[in-house]
Design a protein around this ligand. Structure first.
Ligand SMILES: NC(=O)c1ccc[n+]([C@@H]2O[C@H](COP(=O)([O-])OP(=O)(O)OC[C@H]3O[C@@H](n4cnc5c(N)ncnc54)[C@H](OP(=O)(O)O)[C@@H]3O)[C@@H](O)[C@H]2O)c1
Length: 230
């Protein structure tokens, strides 16, 4: 398949591009930064802001599927990147007859998501830290989910938990609506998306994905994802 990857140059996107190429797909890596990722066989780079209709139109033209792992850091200000890019990308897909879309959001989009046994996370970290720091980001993710659900595309909303870096794909679990776990390795998120692209088990559904085999250091993760990334 020829796949457009939005956010290809980000920490999950780089895994997604590597794994897709290794799996025999052709990739159009969409990034705002010219010159990255490095050129390789099977890889084309499209320089585009995902909210720019003309640039997105060119990037999506001739692809069979779109996978989006783009994201933005927490902010106190209103965030619009997720919903604005979803409007532009889904319109381009409709114009070019590209039906399949996998777009990352978060397990937090499920209001009933409370990972089993994660008392500190559920009662302290999540309500007092993550949801406060991420309030405007999660509001825009919800708008993005609504935009995507409102299309005729074959979409899957891919919902990870707290992302962390791990060098290899591990055992991960997927589940409809959300998945029971606090963490998701970026390698596993990428692998789950490519597997779903092949299998189509969650078409027009949300798919939670969590890592079960390894755990990151929670304090380090909050520092890396919530503070350092800003
Ligand atoms: N961190 C967590 O714990 C967590 C939890 C649940 C869900 N998520 C979600 O998982 C996804 C992947 O996260 P990540 O940490 O791997 O990536 P990320 O750092 O959030 O962002 C990935 C890439 O998005 C691209 N991007 C941002 N705005 C763009 C725009 N307007 N047009 C085109 N590209 C744009 C940037 O690439 P360029 O600068 O190259 O254009 C960036 O490198 C994100 O949607 C994130 O919100 C994260």
């Amino acid at each position: 398949m020829r796949i457009a990857v939005f956010g290809a140059n980000g920490p999950t996107g780089r895994h997604l591009v590597d794994q897709a190429l290794a799996g025999g797909h052709e990739v159009v890596a969409v990034t705002r930064r010219p010159g990255s990722p490095a050129a390789r066989a099977g890889l084309a780079v499209a320089v585009a802001d995902a909210t720019d209709p003309a640039a997105v139109d060119t990037a999506v033209d001739g692809t069979d599927a779109v996978l989006s792992v783009l994201g933005t850091p927490f902010s106190k200000e209103t965030i619009t990147t997720y919903s604005a890019s979803a409007i532009v990308v889904t319109a381009a897909m409709a114009r070019h007859g590209v039906k399949r879309l996998l777009s990352v959001s978060s397990n937090m989009m499920d209001p009933h998501w409370r990972p089993t046994g994660a008392h500190f996370f559920n009662h302290v970290l999540d309500p007092l830290v993550t949801r406060r720091l991420g309030r405007t980001l999660h509001a825009d993710m919800r708008r993005m989910e609504d935009v995507i659900r409102g299309t005729d595309l074959d979409w899957t909303l891919v919902r990870p938990s707290g992302l962390f870096d791990h060098p290899v794909v591990t055992d991960y679990v997927t589940s409809q609506t959300s998945a029971d776990g606090v963490f998701t390795a970026r390698t596993d998120l990428a692998a789950a998306m490519l597997r779903e692209l092949e299998e189509g088990r969650y078409v027009r559904k949300a798919m939670g994905v969590v890592t079960t085999a390894v755990k990151p250091n929670t304090v380090k993760l909050i520092w890396n994802e919530g503070v350092k990334k800003k």
